[in-house]
Design a protein around this ligand. Structure first.
Ligand code: CA
Length: 238
């Protein structure tokens, strides 16, 4: 499947050059000339990586980077900076960028950086196992081991758990879950999401009726808690 790169950059000639080069290399490209539009596009389209210019007309690139990080802890971000001061690089990395390229840059160098952060994020997104409390989940093998049992997960269970995992600690709305996992052409209802949550809880939670990991956010959606502070009692319960 094609990887999608979101460009948040206001200089048309840079957008044009990058778009052509990235498309030539087999990427899909989305572009926004303003920070706010870029954040909205990221939320709507879930790009695989983001190239973010530091100097935009409406918002400062550091603030955009922090906002993007609040939305996704894992999406790779490469920052474009016109300055080469060490402080900007450090500030960019502190704000959550994975890498930076100083303008003027060569398109090939930028593409190499984008490929590198994508590779790193794939490693991070598909570790052998992720642990949720006492449960071990393999997104690659679609298996879940917990409480002495091993389960085969369905496609939708894996996708739902992956989405919650990517955003662990943050509430994810039912609407977003429906849109990202079931898409717009299917006709599932909020009830569909709830049913899959029930299935996952039965496998992950020591006490499915008193969940400690997949929490309901009332009137909104769900939130994954990987290591609840008060999990010790639950985990040692028979
Ligand atoms: Ca700019």
């Amino acid at each position: 499947m094609k990887k999608t790169i979101l460009l948040i950059e206001d200089e048309p000639h840079i957008v044009m050059g990058l778009r052509d080069a990235l498309e030539f290399e087999g990427f899909s490209v989305l572009a926004a000339g303003k920070g706010k539009d870029g954040i909205a596009l990221a939320r709507a389209e879930s790009p695989d990586a983001i190239v973010l210019d530091l100097m935009l007309p409406d918002m400062n690139g550091f603030a955009i980077c922090e906002e993007l990080r609040r939305w996704s802890a894992f999406v790779p971000i490469v920052m474009l900076t016109a300055r080469s001061q060490e402080t900007d690089k450090i500030r960019g990395l502190t704000a959550g960028a994975d890498d930076y390229v100083t303008k003027p840059f060569s398109v090939n160098e930028l593409i190499a950086r984008v490929r590198a952060v994508l590779r790193r994020s794939q490693l991070r997104a598909a570790p052998e196992f992720v642990e949720i409390g006492t449960a071990k989940v393999s997104f690659g093998a679609h298996t879940l081991q917990a409480l002495g049992q091993e389960y085969q997960l369905s496609f939708y269970e894996v996708e739902l758990l992956k989405l919650l995992w990517d955003r662990a600690g943050q509430p994810v709305s039912r609407d977003e879950i429906l849109q990202k996992i079931w898409g717009l052409d299917a006709h599932p209802t909020n009830r569909t999401v709830d049913n899959f949550i029930v299935k996952l809880r039965k496998k992950i939670e020591p006490h499915p009726d008193r969940p400690a990991h997949i929490l309901t956010v009332y009137g909104y959606g769900y939130k994954l808690v990987v290591e609840p502070g008060s999990s010790a009692n639950l985990e040692s319960a028979p």
